[in-house]
Design a protein around this ligand. Structure first.
Ligand SMILES: [Zn+2]
Length: 168
């Protein structure tokens, strides 16, 4: 039912292209104790490129793989998908694009949302106008997955602008 997750290895300082508009090091971990290389689900690269193409504006990867220490520092959830390289946080460089992506995620509809669902994105988090989180969670990850659509189970949450709650 779920799409199989393929992982690529992201190595420190690798400036080679991984998709049309992204280099590998854009997806490199920003943890304070980052390893020299780490896994990243390839569907997240595809998703970032789809978002880049959809809005036609730069997309910045604010967070990808996190070590346990940096996840704790970031206030990440105990079972954050960032720990396994299965989540990224994105900044979209256009206010109208941010408003639109928030709207599509909140309404669980729209061409971009459907496209991301169709390739296997299963976690969607909105954080005011600062960033969006996407991941490729599975029910076996023991994380919330309370919604279902034509593509299967998924989870959406709206963190709003609050800073006190845990990030995922
Ligand atoms: Zn996140």
């Amino acid at each position: 039912m779920y799409k199989r997750i393929y992982y690529i290895t992201i190595k420190k300082g690798d400036s080679s292209k991984v998709s049309k508009n992204f280099t590998r090091n854009e997806f490199y971990s920003k943890s304070i104790d980052s390893p020299n290389e780490h896994p990243l689900a390839s569907v997240l690269v595809d998703a970032a490129q789809i978002i880049r193409d959809y809005y036609g504006v730069p997309v910045h990867i604010a967070s990808s793989f996190r070590t346990k220490i940096s996840n704790r520092v970031a206030g990440g959830a105990l079972k954050s998908l960032h720990l396994t390289g299965c989540a990224i946080d994105l900044n979209v460089a256009s206010k109208s694009a941010v408003i639109n992506i928030n709207k599509q995620f909140k309404e669980r509809t729209g061409d971009l949302f459907k496209k991301l669902r169709s390739i296997g994105i299963t976690g969607f988090g909105v954080y005011g106008e600062s960033f969006v989180h996407i991941d490729c969670r599975r029910s076996s990850d023991d994380v919330p997955m309370t919604e279902v659509d034509e593509f299967g189970d998924f989870q959406f949450w709206d963190h709003g602008k609050k800073k006190s709650q845990k990030k995922t």
